[in-house]
Design a protein around this ligand. Structure first.
Ligand code: NDP
Ligand SMILES: O=C1O[C@H](COP(=O)(O)O)[C@@H](O)[C@H](O)[C@H]1O
Length: 452
């Protein structure tokens, strides 16, 4: 049996990811039936006492307080240090006990420098690297990062984190698709006209220019998160959901995925201008602190993909994600083809029949055409709805559970990370060539009007 992780070292402990998602995720795990104690060490460049760090951890644990969480917070320690410096990393390892997970809650450019510094050290036995997305900045750098990392530790000791794999609705795709005769047979080109995977947020930049301005919506959201959701939506039924079968199935699907138009023009990009969301006034993206307007960073991206296999030939997969959108819309929408023949005499509402799997809230809706109450030959649309349940753990809680248990099922395999970059390369190139305009949309709107 794999030895459990005893110490979790977070590099970038003072950052947004750590306080907003990672520590609350840990709190949700510790408060759950699956929680076990862990020695927590925070490392960042800023000066902070152990007491200040403990109080920061305690605050982040507040919403999901537990006795175990309190004891983990109280025993946690902070080390001021530069994660790209081998001596500082060695100090962190010296403070650890048992098997170590080293969490890179760092910008991608810093991560590569840390990996270089780690090459100078004798690493703790069995150490697991938890790497945050994006893995590299393009296919070449992702490959280079993977090659560097594999020189230090074997693949089973690399946990590439993508918290979308920990979202209960995303995991629910497995149950919904592969445990229901009513759903799985629908999922093919003979029945499906189009699949949309949308993650529009009301959140704007939220002070993250340092990272986001170099990433943009395509890399931040589509490159890893939405492509993995696509893989689970469209993959062949695996024999089991163990790490090899599940990740193998996802890799196979992504290898068959490509840009709809080979030159990357089956895409849109947009950037928000000033506007209002839920009563909050937002400046234009280019007026946000730390943004370099010359970079032309998009805050809304949409790409159309094809899956070149027997099941999905000819079906467009539209992936879209945007910030500062008026109404959050986070769902997988499967639009079904019209029935091959509607018996003459039956008539009713036009418009697509859809299966909608919402990531937030976690719900499922299936449109059904039924005979109307008044005129039985006049069809009416009704909706079959189900609550999919929020899941015991937050998405980060779920991936941390896998990381600390040494279970790689929810870790993004190295080849999968590379495939994701390969798929997006034509869009990046088309945008760089200027073949796709950068459209404006007002913050709080649904996006550029010209797209619909
Ligand atoms: N924030 C989010 O919502 C999510 C983020 N991610 C990923 O997490 C990663 C981190 O993002 P995020 O937390 O937003 O970024 P932040 O910039 O908020 O945090 C990064 C932290 O790392 C610190 N840091 C930078 N360089 C070093 C160094 N050499 N040694 C020690 N500490 C260092 C920074 O300190 P300083 O302030 O001094 O620079 C900062 O505290 C990114 O890869 C991002 O893609 C993934 C999912 C969600
Ligand atoms: O990785 C990221 O995800 C969040 C959205 O995920 P959620 O689970 O917090 O809703 C996104 O806001 C952020 O830009 C991105 O880096």
């Amino acid at each position: 049996m794999t030895e459990r992780i005893e110490t979790l070292i977070i590099l970038g402990a003072g950052g947004d990811l750590t306080s907003r998602l990672l520590l609350p995720g840990l709190a949700s795990l510790l408060a759950s039936t699956r929680g076990e104690s862990v020695h927590l060490i925070g490392v960042d460049r800023g000066e902070m006492t152990d007491a200040a760090w403990t109080s920061r951890v305690t605050d982040a644990f507040e919403a999901q307080k537990s006795a175990l969480g309190t004891s983990v917070a109280e025993a946690s320690v902070y080390l001021q240090g530069d994660a790209t410096n081998a001596d500082d990393l060695q100090r962190a390892f010296a403070a650890a006990t048992g098997r170590v997970a080293l969490y890179f809650a760092l910008p991608p450019a810093v991560t590569i420098l840390v990996v270089k510094a780690l090459a100078k050290l004798d690493l703790p036995k069995g150490i697991v690297f938890a790497l945050e997305k994006p893995f590299g900045t393009d296919l070449a750098t992702a490959k280079a990062l993977n090659r560097r990392v594999e020189k230090l530790v074997p693949e089973e000791q690399v946990f590439r984190v993508d918290h979308f794999l920990g979202k209960s609705t995303v995991l629910n795709l497995l149950g919904l698709r592969f445990a229901n005769r009513i759903i799985e047979p629908l999922f093919s080109a003979s029945n499906v006209e189009k699949v949309e995977i949308v993650f529009d947020e009301q959140l704007a930049l939220e002070g993250r220019a340092g990272y986001y301005d170099k990433a943009g919506a395509l890399v931040d959201m589509i490159q890893s998160h939405l492509l993995l959701v696509l893989a689970l939506t469209a993959m062949e039924p695996p024999a089991s959901v163990d790490a090899d079968d599940l990740r193998g199935g996802m890799a196979q699907l992504l290898r068959a995925t490509r840009s709809w138009e080979k030159d990357g023009t089956s895409s849109h990009r947009g950037r928000y201008t000033a506007g209002t969301i839920a009563g909050r006034e937002l400046p234009a993206y280019t007026d946000e602190q730390g943004v370099d307007p010359e970079l032309g960073t998009e805050t809304l991206a949409e790409v159309v993909l094809a899956v070149d296999n027997w099941r999905w030939a000819g079906v467009p997969f539209v992936l879209r994600s945007g910030k500062a959108i008026g109404a959050a819309r986070q769902e997988i929408v499967v639009t079904l083809r019209d029935v091959p023949h509607l018996p003459v005499g039956l008539h009713g509402p036009k418009g697509p029949v859809q299966l909608r799997i919402s990531m937030k809230p976690a719900t499922l809706e299936l449109d059904l055409m039924v005979n109307g109450e008044d005129d039985p030959f006049e069809l009416e649309r009704v909706v079959l709805a189900a609550d999919l349940g929020a899941g015991e753990l937050s998405a980060y809680g779920e991936v941390l559970a896998g990381l600390l248990d040494g279970d790689p099922t929810l870790s993004v395999r190295g080849d999968v990370a590379e495939e994701c970059w390969r798929i997006l390369a034509p869009f990046v190139a088309a945008w760089k060539r200027g073949d796709v305009p950068l459209d404006g949309y007002a913050a709080g709107s649904t996006g550029p009007t010209s797209w619909s």
